[in-house]
Write a protein of this length. Structure first.
Length: 234
């Protein structure tokens, strides 16, 4: 059994074949079944939370600047009061990547309250860091470092989150999740800024097309064009 904050290299069996920092896909495994409404279900009909990929992007399609710089988020438009707290309360587990984790550690003296912690510090839960070197994070009790493929990571996150949502905050990990049809919802906010360079939302040369349909317009974030989308069924 893994407890939040403890490092476990091989919780799910043999070492993972995917490269989290380089994006090599792993072998597929079974997903949870879904209801007619599209909500994942576990045994005995117990509803599970969504697997969401949420981000704020620049107008020109970047979710981070060069070197994972996040200082540009200061340009975001204000939302209604308590919006951040409401969104944070829905999330039980965050899945992020090693590159983003390392950047946050390196920039911790430069980041402000908004960018130094998830949801500006309004969130509490389990943060899973996917890495091939989890032993290097053994001294950080704030994260759960795992070496496993994306499907195993999502299944384990669902066990922890229960009926709360799972939020992916890494473009590379989200891409891998999309390859296995693991994402139930895309949550998008737009900041009025051009970055020109950095980490793009979705950069997959030769990749397949993925269509989305509008699920919700966030009334609390009209100035940042807050939207939620679900994968469009073909």
């Amino acid at each position: 059994m893994i407890r939040p904050g403890r490092v476990k290299t091989d919780e799910f069996g043999s070492p993972a074949s995917s490269e989290w920092e380089e994006g090599h896909p792993s072998e597929p495994a079974a997903r949870a079944s879904t209801t007619l409404a599209g909500r994942p279900m576990r045994g005995a009909g117990v509803e599970m939370g969504k697997v969401a990929w949420g981000f704020t992007c620049s107008i020109d399609g970047f979710i981070a600047g060069p070197g994972h710089d996040m200082s540009w988020l200061s340009a975001t438009e204000p939302s209604a009061p308590d919006t951040t707290e409401h969104l944070a309360a829905e999330v039980g587990v965050i899945i992020s990547g090693r590159a983003g984790y390392d950047a946050a550690i390196a920039q911790r003296d430069e980041r402000d309250e908004l960018t130094s912690a998830a949801y500006g510090g309004a969130w509490s839960g389990t943060e899973i860091i996917l890495t091939h070197r989890p032993e290097e994070l053994a001294d950080d009790p704030s994260v759960l470092a795992l070496n496993c493929d994306i499907e195993q990571a999502v299944r384990h996150a669902q066990e922890i989150a229960g009926d709360r949502d799972i939020q992916i905050i890494s473009a590379d990990i989200a891409r891998q999740a999309l390859e296995h049809d693991l994402i139930d919802e895309l949550q998008v906010f737009v900041a009025p800024v051009f970055l020109g360079d950095g980490i793009r939302i979705f950069d997959v040369p030769g990749g397949r097309r993925i269509d989305w349909e509008l699920a919700e317009i966030y009334d609390h974030s009209p100035r940042s064009f807050g939207r939620a989308y679900r994968p469009k069924k073909r």
